[in-house]
Write a protein that binds this ligand. Structure first.
Ligand SMILES: C[S@@+](CC[C@H](N)C(=O)[O-])C[C@H]1O[C@@H](n2cnc3c(N)ncnc32)[C@H](O)[C@@H]1O
Length: 424
C-alpha cells in the first residue's frame, strides 16, 4: 500500500464557524486511524461524510482504513469515490490497483496500474505490481517486458529479479531461469528459493528441500492455495486417499487419531474427519496452518517440520497421511522409519508421490522431488511397513497435460491384516 497522509484538503465547509469544527473532526479521525482505532475512526469519517459527501480525502482515508481491515469490497467503493474528486493521483491509482486485485479483478487491476504508470512511468512498485497481474493473466510476454523496464531502472530490485526467474521457469525457459535465479543469488545470497531452484535446474543431488524454502513458498501460497490447486489444477489427492483407505481397510473402520503430516490448508482433514475421533495436523508453514485452523476440523495443529515433530511425538497414531508432501521431503526413508515409531500396531500410512523414471528419487527441474515406485516399496519393507495397495493417479494439471503420480497404502508389518492390490 502506498502511504497517504490524511488531510483536510478538499472539504468545503458549509457555513461560518464550521471550517474549524470540520478540520478538528478530521484531525481527530486521522489520529484515531493512525492509532489503529478503526471502529472509532470509521464513525468519525461517516459523520464527516454526512456533511461533506463528495470530499475525496474522506473517501481515500476510509478506503485505506477498510483495506487495512481486509474489507476490500467496501474499500473499493470509497477509492472509486475518492477518484472522482482527486484528479490524477498515482498513489491513489496504485492503492486502487491493489484493492481491485484483492477483489479478484486482476484484469481491472492491471488496467489501473497501466494508467498509474502513464502518470509515473518510473514507479517501481507500480511496475512490479503490473508485472504480477500480467503473469497471473498468463500474459507472460508483457510481464517480462515490464520486469525488464523495472530492472533497467533498479537492477538490484530483488523481488523483480525473483519474479523474472519464476516467469522464465513458468515458460519452460529453464536455462534462462537458472541464470536469473543465479542473478538473484548474487543480489540475495541467503535466498533459499533461488538456491533450491538453481540446484533443481542444474540437476544437483539433494536429499531434501530446505525448510526455509518450503516455508517461504507455502507462506506465500497459502491464500490462493485451494483455488489454484483444487479449482484450477484439478488436485484430488486427499479425496483419493480417503477412497483408497475405505477400499482396503474396509468402509466401516474408524480411527482413533489421524496424523496429517504437511497438512497445508486442511484438505486431508476435511476428507477424513468423519472417520477419525481426533485429528492432528503438522506443517512448517504457519500461514498454511492458519488456513487449517480456520476450518475448525483439527483437534491439534503444530507449526513444525515433520521430522522434529515425529522425533518429539508422544501420542500414538493409527492413521498417517502425507498428501503431496514427499515431493518436498526427498529421501522417504527417514520419515517412513520415524512414522513407524509413533504409530500403533494396526496403523495405516498413506501418501502420494510424483513418479520418477529413476532408480530411487531425484529433484526435478520443477523444484519438486519425484520417486521411483519400486524404491518406495523397498524402503517400506526396510522400515517395517507392508505396501497393501498402490495405484496410479493424475496428480494435477501442468501445462497441457497431467503430472503422473502414485498413491500408496501401507500397513504396519506384522499387523496381521490382509495385503490387497498389486505392487507397482
Ligand atoms: C503441496 S502442499 C500439500 C498440502 C496438503 N497435504 C494437501 O494435500 O492439500 C505440501 C505441504 O507440505 C508442507 N511441508 C513440506 N515439507 C515440509 C516439512 N519438511 N515439514 C512440514 N511441512 C512440510 C508444506 O508447507 C505444504 O503445506
Amino acid at each position: 500500500m502506498k502511504t497517504h497522509t490524511p488531510s483536510a484538503g478538499g472539504i468545503q465547509p458549509a457555513g461560518p464557524g464550521s471550517a474549524e469544527a470540520a478540520a478538528q473532526a478530521l484531525q481527530h479521525a486521522c489520529e484515531l486511524q493512525r492509532n489503529g482505532l478503526y471502529a472509532e475512526a470509521e464513525g468519525e469519517y461517516e459523520r464527516l461524510l454526512a456533511a461533506f459527501p463528495d470530499a475525496s480525502p474522506l473517501h481515500y482515508n476510509l478506503g485505506l482504513m477498510l483495506y487495512a481491515q481486509q474489507r476490500y469490497g467496501e474499500s473499493l467503493e470509497h477509492y472509486l469515490q475518492a477518484m472522482d474528486g482527486a484528479g490524477d493521483d498515482p498513489d491513489l491509482l496504485y492503492n486502487l490497483g491493489l484493492c481491485l486485485k484483492k477483489c479478484g479483478r486482476t484484469a481491472d487491476s492491471a488496467m489501473v496500474y497501466e494508467e498509474m504508470l502513464r502518470l509515473a512511468p518510473r514507479d517501481v512498485d507500480g511496475l512490479y505490481s503490473l508485472a504480477g497481474c500480467l503473469r497471473e493473466l498468463h500474459d507472460y510476454q508483457r510481464a517480462e517486458a515490464v520486469l525488464g523496464r523495472l530492472l533497467a531502472l533498479k537492477p538490484d530490485h530483488r523481488p523483480a529479479a525473483g519474479s523474472l526467474a519464476y516467469l522464465l521457469h513458468l515458460q519452460g525457459r529453464l536455462a534462462e531461469s537458472c541464470a536469473a535465479y543465479l542473478r538473484l543469488l548474487e543480489l540475495d545470497p541467503e535466498n533459499r528459493t533461488a538456491r533450491h531452484m538453481v540446484a533443481a535446474l542444474r540437476g544437483d543431488r539433494l536429499a531434501t528441500a530446505a525448510d526455509d524454502y518450503v516455508r517461504s513458498v507455502f507462506n506465500g501460497y497459502a491464500d490462493g492455495f485451494e483455488a489454484s490447486l483444487v479449482q484450477d489444477l484439478g488436485y484430488r489427492v486427499p479425496a483419493e486417499l480417503r477412497r483408497g483407505v475405505d477400499l482396503f481397510a474396509g468402509r466401516g473402520r474408524r480411527y482413533a487419531h489421524l496424523l496429517d503430516l504437511g497438512c497445508g490448508t486442511g484438505l486431508v482433514g476435511t476428507a477424513f474427519a468423519d472417520i477419525c475421533a481426533c485429528l492432528t495436523g503438522v506443517d512448517i508453514a504457519e500461514e498454511m496452518i492458519a488456513r487449517s485452523r480456520e476450518k475448525g476440523i483439527y483437534d491439534h495443529l503444530a507449526v513444525s517440520g515433520i521430522m522434529p515433530f515425529l522425533v518429539a511425538a508422544e501420542s500414538r497414531y493409527d492413521l498417517v497421511t502425507l498428501a503431496d508432501v514427499l515431493i518436498y521431503l526427498g529421501d522417504p526413508e527417514p520419515v517412513l522409519a520415524a512414522i513407524q515409531a509413533v504409530t500403533t500396531d494396526d496403523a495405516v500410512l498413506c501418501f502420494s508421490i510424483e513418479v520418477a523414471g529413476t532408480a530411487t528419487y531425484r529433484l526435478q527441474p520443477t523444484g519438486r522431488f519425484a520417486h521411483s515406485p519400486g524404491h518406495i516399496a523397498g524402503i517400506a519393507g526396510r522400515t517395517g511397513w507392508t505396501v497393501c495397495r498402490s495405484e496410479p493417479i493424475r496428480l494435477r494439471r501442468e501445462g497441457d497435460g497431467w503430472i503422473g503420480g502414485m498413491l500408496f497404502f501401507l500397513l504396519k508389518a506384522g499387523s496381521g491384516q490382509p495385503v490387497m492390490g498389486p505392487l507397482p
